[in-house]
Design a protein around this ligand. Structure first.
Ligand SMILES: [Zn+2]
Length: 595
């Protein structure tokens, strides 16, 4: 089906966003004025505060942070506009150039302003404690406090300078090399060469033979250069072990947990809880094999559609469903969601040269969030609309906190999106009485849950083992990495056939570019499901606390924010609760498949 067909069939073709709430046009003088403003403010900020942060009184410090936030907000708004412009037509060089120009300005202003963070972190605990206790600083207390969490691991100033300057020629450079090597991979399919992305997308095709061929071609494409990519990975592992040792981090994951404002024990509890329920993905993959008519699932069958539902959902129906779902939770939430539709804050259709996928631009200071979609009309696309609108209301409600307090850490960033999906899924399921279509709906939901929770934790187990092995055994041969990869994935996948899968670790950029990142997906998903379950049990009384949680944005650490909805993230029971929700869906799918 071509893009044009999809557009006419869904009725989303005219649903374009209206960016004039931000700037009238790319050549709007207000945009240039904002950039000039940001540049000027940054210069004056540096002149006024550089070398003086330690001597500021509470009121002056408050004023300084406010000014810093204003600079970042101005630039962020311009950057968001440029990015959204670019998203709807990536082939237009002028749009690309504007985005690039603002990004470069951002990098140079960051360098100019970094002194503030450094000087504040260097301030001794006694003085910082006094300042943070001052009421006049209450608005930025968490922001300032959170900046200082790195302090115990900081080295002396000259050491820090050497590390940060040499990183550009170290881990950063190796990371880029890895990404370039992966981007350059070509997969031979149907007598021509395609990108890895195109090849992996074929793993979602309905025809098993096409999936098998794609998988074989990918395995073949990963063979050349494997030793080089393994060497790059080894170097990153070594570099990280050196830096962790110098800074005194107790484990390979400690720095990542600190960035996520999450205690090590909480992450361990999450991982243990998910691993202890590996029976769920294993049962799911057995069910999926049955639905596909196979004795045993191969790794390339995991994302195959079961093909029980082919009806398209029109855009209007999708809007109706999503609105009804949010309204069923709270009329306030429903009203907010309808503002996105009525105010033209959404760009919905599939168009040539538009960025793929979907996102919500939550950081448009002083305006409101926008949502970009590629609405195709399959039922999963309805859940994507609900997902992005969840981000939308989260961003909208927390916006009043200001840029520095609005953004949540990674682990809570998916709270409202997963919640909105769960609401919409519940509604869709309740209205679906046809056995096959109901089963199809459940399978789609389980595909997402397994990929977000179990796959990410199995990937975390791989990282954990591989970092440990590099520290104990020295350089790891490609075969040794493959062994660890296969073992950790088999633990979760059970009897799925993994032949040919041994080298598939070697194209995942996360492992090289952001070590430890992946568990946050599982954290966010299960955290949100735990709130959803609580709402299902307690009803109405949870609505206001939930909206309060969204309004709070990132103004506190995750464990404090969780208490707003009465959850304790240090209690493993909350992970078990979310996992049980997934298990319930699976049980129903199994029952439907039997009947
Ligand atoms: Zn999301």
């Amino acid at each position: 089906m071509s893009a044009a067909d999809t557009v006419t069939r869904t009725g989303a073709e005219d649903v374009a966003w209206d960016l004039t709430d931000v700037y009238k046009a790319p050549d709007d003088p207000a945009l240039e004025a904002d950039l000039d403003d940001a540049r000027g403010m940054a210069g004056r900020f540096r002149e006024r505060y550089a070398g003086r942060v330690a001597s500021l009184e509470a009121a002056e410090l408050e004023e300084a942070v406010e000014e810093l936030e204003r600079i970042h907000s101005t630039l962020t708004r311009a950057g968001a506009y440029a990015y959204m412009q670019f998203s709807t037509n990536t082939a237009d060089p002028a749009r690309g150039a504007l985005l690039q120009r603002i990004q470069e300005l951002g990098a140079s202003l960051d360098a100019e302003l970094v002194f503030f963070r450094l000087e504040w972190t260097e301030l001794d605990d006694g003085r910082a404690g006094e300042l943070l206790a001052d009421e006049r600083l209450s608005r930025y207390r968490h922001f300032l406090d959170a900046l200082r969490r790195w302090r115990p691991y900081l080295l002396t100033e000259p050491e820090e300078r050497i590390l940060s300057e040499t990183a550009v020629a170290g881990a950063t450079a190796w990371g880029r090399l890895f990404q370039e090597l992966v981007s350059a991979l070509r997969v031979r399919l149907d007598g021509r060469e395609v990108s890895l992305e195109e090849a992996t997308s074929r793993l979602q095709r309905a025809d098993r033979e096409e999936r098998r061929q794609a998988a074989e071609a990918i395995t073949e494409a990963l063979a050349p250069g494997l030793r080089t990519r393994a060497f790059v990975f080894n170097t990153i592992l070594l570099d990280k072990s050196i830096e962790d040792r110098l800074r005194g981090y107790p484990s390979w994951i400690a720095a990542r947990n600190l960035a996520n404002e999450t205690p090590d024990e909480a992450v361990e509890a999450l991982v243990d809880a998910v691993v202890s329920r590996y029976d769920i993905p294993q049962r799911y993959y057995r069910l999926k094999a049955r639905l596909l008519g196979l004795d045993r699932l191969a790794h390339y069958d995991r994302l195959a559609p079961v093909g029980l539902d082919h009806e398209l959902v029109s855009w209007d129906d999708a809007v109706g469903t999503v609105l009804e779902a949010y309204n069923s939770f709270s009329p306030d939430a429903g009203r907010l969601v309808s503002e996105f539709f009525d105010g033209r804050w959404i760009d919905a259709p599939v168009r040539p040269d538009k960025l793929l996928g979907a996102y919500c631009m939550t950081r448009v200071p002083g305006v409101h969030p926008y949502v970009l979609l590629n609405y195709t009309g399959d039922r999963r696309a309805v859940l994507t609309v609900a997902h992005e609108l969840g981000h939308g209301i989260h961003g909208y409600l927390s916006q009043d906190r200001g840029l520095f307090n609005a953004q949540t850490p990674l682990t809570l960033a998916e709270t409202a999106s997963v919640f909105g999906e769960a609401l919409t899924f519940k509604l869709l399921l309740a209205g679906e009485h046809d056995r096959k279509r109901r089963l199809d709906l459940l399978v789609g939901r389980l595909d997402d849950a397994v990929a977000t929770v179990y796959r990410q934790i199995a990937m975390n187990r791989f990282e954990d083992r591989v970092h440990g092995a590099r520290r104990q055994e020295g350089e790891l041969a490609p075969d040794r990495i493959a062994e660890i990869w296969t073992e950790t994935q088999r633990d979760m996948l059970g009897d799925v056939d993994l032949a040919g899968y041994e080298t598939w670790w070697s194209y995942v950029p996360h492992y090289v570019v952001s070590p430890g990142y992946v568990y946050a997906y599982a954290y966010g998903y299960l955290f949100s499901l735990a709130i959803f379950r609580k709402w299902e049990r307690e009803g109405e009384t949870l609505v206001e606390p939930y909206l309060e949680l969204l309004r709070a944005g990132g103004s506190e650490a995750p464990e404090r924010l969780a208490t707003i909805v009465g959850l304790d993230v240090s209690d493993p029971a909350i992970w078990a609760d979310g996992l049980e929700a997934v298990g319930d869906l699976l049980a129903e799918a199994e029952e439907l498949a039997d009947s």
